[in-house]
Structures are given as structure tokens and as C-alpha cells.
Design a protein around this ligand. Structure first.
Ligand SMILES: C[S@@+](CC[C@H](N)C(=O)[O-])C[C@H]1O[C@@H](n2cnc3c(N)ncnc32)[C@H](O)[C@@H]1O
Length: 321
């Protein structure tokens, strides 16, 4: 049965910006029982208890809630205890940088979710890939709406970062019926994080039912052991067009993969439109290199499976040669 605070719950668990949350669903004054229900749906959620969101996010959420309740005499103990109670940032995580990470839980449908450990910073350990970007959410939404594009396909993701898209493609509960899914990234910390995130989401699943994660730098695409993987039908990439110093390497990787596979290969590329000139430059290069580019329609806010910032424009294109 849907709960009163489902939207806030979905937003809290994936650390959606506190100021943009659906606070209008909180009808004031909030009764004692409602306060308890709201806390149980968010900070007290079993997934958050097991794999907590980052401490700074939890504090910002509770402060906003207390601000909302400032005219009320009774503020439930659970709110104070969630704020003051001990909460390790990363139970189970070890290593020098473990405190730099927090968990996010992406609730996709009732009973279906992805849990990812992600960096608190957009740029850390020399890469931008240790957290999930808007373009990955847009691409995941697009694939969920166009299941035929992935069914039966062997898929390789380039610059996969924390691994959301590839993990989603193999989630048994979504029944996407993909073939082999290989997540790649040039950054070693990203590959380690993807492997950790795969393990989190595919507990007890045999290797053949999981996505794989390998290091692949676009500069060294020809050195990758492609013979150990199934022939690629579909290439995916999200938010990899932001640094024009990497364009030659990425175009070189595409050229290598299209030459191996021929016209059977399709690429779906999702890019956040930050700088129109940078994107335009890449599109021009694609044209010069003989690719046919077809724009794809973005999934609308009401059909999205994610809490997304729909004000951030994401462009999805299909690339064929
Ligand atoms: C902005 S992040 C996007 C991560 C993920 N796709 C997402 O949208 O959440 C860009 C990713 O591309 C990877 N990348 C950048 N240059 C690369 C290269 N030359 N070879 C392989 N990966 C690269 C980075 O390591 C990083 O993980």
C-alpha cells in the first residue's frame, strides 16, 4: 500500500537535494504518529540503517524537517535521536578513504532498488566517476522505457563511473533480458568501486548473472582482451563529453570498436548540456568520422524512475556507422 511519505522516502534514500524535496507532502501540524511515520520512512528505513546515507546529508534533512516543525510544541524523540544518535558513515567499509563515501539507494519500483556506495565529492581520487551523474539517470530512464534496445544484447559501457547503468541492466527484478554486460572505466578507483557496487546488488548471484567491471582506458582500447568477452552489440556512455582533450581518445575507441563490429554496433550517448560548444565540437567530429547521429527523446519527469533534476538538460543520441 502506498505510504504518505513515499516521495520523501525515495528522495531521502538517494540524497536528493534537501531544498528541492517534496516538503509540500508534509501536512502541518504534523501529529506525533505522522512524525514517527516520516522518520521511519526515511532515517529509520532499514536500508538506511544498514547502508547509511552520508552524515552531512542526514543532518541537512533533519534540520530542514525541524525548521518546518518550528511552530509545533511537540517534536518527536525519534527526530532528535536520529540527529544525535551515533551513525557510522560506512559500516563495513574499510580503508583510508572510507569516510569520504556514503550510500545512496535508488528506489526504482516498489520492491526494486539499487544501492551504490558513492563518493561525497564530484571530483575525487583524480576522477569524476566516483558518484552518479544526471546523465546516467537519464540514460537509465531511457533504457527502461526502450527495453527492446537492450534485450538480448551484449552491452559495454564506457566511462561507467560508479556503475548505476550497468547494474540496472542486470537487475533480475527488472527482467531486461540483456546478454553480457561489461562496465568499463579508465580509472582504477572507479573499477574498484563498480566491483564493490556490483557485489552489493548481486549478493548470492553467480558470475554469469552479474555485470562485469574492467579497466579500459580509451587510449588503450586495442590492448583490451576483447576475445574474452562476447561480441558487443550496444555501447553505452553517460556524461563522458565534457573534456575536449579526451575527444581523440574516445573517437579512437569508437573507431576501433566499430571497425571490429561493423554496422551491427549502436552507441547510446547521454550528455549533460553544460557547454553547448563542447557538445557541438564532438558532434562535428562524429560527422567528420562518418557516423550517423540520431537524437533520442528524453524521458519526461512524470515517467522517470528516478528523483531527477529535470532542469538539467540531458541530450541522448544514437550513433551508428
Ligand atoms: C562524469 S564521469 C561519468 C560517470 C558515469 N558515466 C555517470 O554518468 O555517472 C566520467 C567518467 O569517464 C571516465 N573517463 C574519462 N576519461 C576517460 C578515458 N580516457 N578512458 C576511460 N574512461 C574515462 C572517468 O573516469 C569517469 O568515470
Amino acid at each position: 500500500m502506498p505510504g504518505k511519505y513515499d516521495k520523501l522516502q525515495q528522495q531521502f534514500l538517494c540524497c536528493y537535494p534537501v531544498k528541492k524535496m517534496a516538503w509540500s507532502t508534509v501536512k502541518l501540524p504534523l501529529s506525533w504518529e505522522d512524525q514517527q511515520e516520516l522518520i521511519a520512512a526515511t532515517c529509520g528505513h532499514p536500508m538506511n540503517k544498514r547502508y547509511p546515507v552520508r552524515r552531512s546529508y542526514l543532518e541537512a534533512f533533519l534540520k530542514q524537517l525541524m525548521h518546518l516543525l518550528h511552530d509545533q510544541e511537540d517534536v518527536h524523540d525519534d527526530i532528535y535521536s536520529s540527529l544525535c544518535g551515533p551513525m557510522p558513515d560506512n559500516p563495513g567499509a574499510t580503508g583510508p578513504s572510507s569516510s569520504l563515501y556514503g550510500y545512496k539507494h535508488y528506489l526504482l519500483e516498489p520492491g526494486v532498488h539499487i544501492t551504490l556506495r558513492e563518493s561525497k565529492s564530484f571530483v575525487s581520487e583524480g576522477t569524476t566517476g566516483l558518484c552518479t551523474w544526471e546523465a546516467a539517470l537519464a540514460l537509465a530512464d531511457f533504457l527502461l522505457q526502450h527495453r527492446d534496445l537492450v534485450a538480448g544484447k551484449n552491452i559495454v559501457e564506457l566511462g561507467a563511473g560508479a556503475g548505476l547503468v550497468g547494474i540496472l541492466l542486470k537487475l533480475p527484478a527488472l527482467g531486461l533480458k540483456t546478454g553480457q554486460v561489461l562496465l568499463t572505466d579508465g580509472s582504477e578507483p572507479c573499477v574498484q568501486l563498480m566491483r564493490e557496487n556490483i557485489a552489493l546488488n548481486f549478493v548470492d548471484k553467480p558470475a554469469e548473472e552479474r555485470p562485469q567491471a574492467e579497466q579500459l582506458n580509451w587510449d588503450a582500447v586495442s590492448e583490451f582482451p576483447w576475445h574474452s568477452h562476447a561480441e558487443t552489440d550496444l555501447l553505452l556512455a553517460a556524461d563522458v563529453i565534457y573534456d575536449d582533450s579526451q575527444f581523440d581518445a574516445l573517437l579512437g575507441a569508437l573507431d576501433y570498436l566499430y571497425t571490429r563490429r561493423g554496422s551491427g554496433l549502436e552507441t547510446l550517448l547521454a550528455s549533460t548540456v553544460r557547454n553547448v560548444d563542447t557538445l557541438h565540437k564532438f558532434m562535428t567530429q562524429l560527422g567528420i568520422n562518418g557516423y550517423k547521429v540520431t537524437p533520442c527523446a528524453n524521458v519526461s519527469a512524470c515517467a522517470s524512475h528516478f528523483c531527477r533534476d529535470h532542469t538539467a538538460a540531458v541530450q541522448i543520441i544514437s550513433i551508428r556507422r
